[in-house]
Design a protein around this ligand. Sequence first.
Ligand SMILES: *Cc1c(COP(=O)(O)O)cnc(C)c1O
Length: 251
Amino acid sequence: MQRYAHRNLHVLERQLERCTTPIKLIVTDAVFSMDGDIADLPELLALADRFDAWLVVDDAHGLGVLGEQGRGTLSHFGLCSERFICMGTLGKAAGIGGAFVAAHPTVIEWLLQTARSYIYTTAAPPAIAHALRESLRLMRGDEGDQRRRQLQQRVQLLRDQLAALIAAQPQPGWRLADSHAAIQPLIVGDNAGALALSAALEREGLWVPAIRPPTVPLGTARLRITLSAAHSVDDVQRLSEALARTVQALR
Ligand SMILES: *Cc1c(COP(=O)(O)O)cnc(C)c1O
């Protein structure tokens, strides 16, 4: 297993050039879970084609949110290939639990026969399957489009308000991540600062976890703000105002 730096496809390309194993897998988040940015899947697929590799895509944060009818990040990019091993989780936008893999029949058969979490385990109950069909119906239809629009509006509102806050009360090391997804990290830098902010927000009834290394790179501790279509304009406003108050109090 070899790692490449975040979205650094030049390094990945060199690693693939040197790789001599007959079966290669490139593994990536689609929407990165701690930054909210999106993997360059068209370029990754081009590399997978060139080096005859499978491309494993974890679309936990794209499913239901991105692409036509909320079909996810592959749909967002209009990509289709037998090389994809696309994993979606059902505990996020689908609101249930569990996950799925969509891939070439060879891959699916191999998972059925060998995946440790699958063997000797009772299948998901019919009630979950039924709930999932309802989630998919919501995602696909007008209601889904409406919720996705609402989510984008809340994301934009929050970004505008946080940018204004940072401009009005600059704090060393603070910045917004380059994200247009539901995950909107406010990077603050040091661990103690992130924890103090998170605790102060919790006292105001706002649940915004502090994420620290090694989950994120050293010196980039952050508040991981996650929006949903169910958040109101008032909710976003309340968070921005609480943050502004907290920044003043911590000075
Ligand atoms: C949440 C998450 C998972 C796990 O999903 P669960 O439904 O909680 O098991 C996997 N990958 C990514 C990128 C996630 O954000």
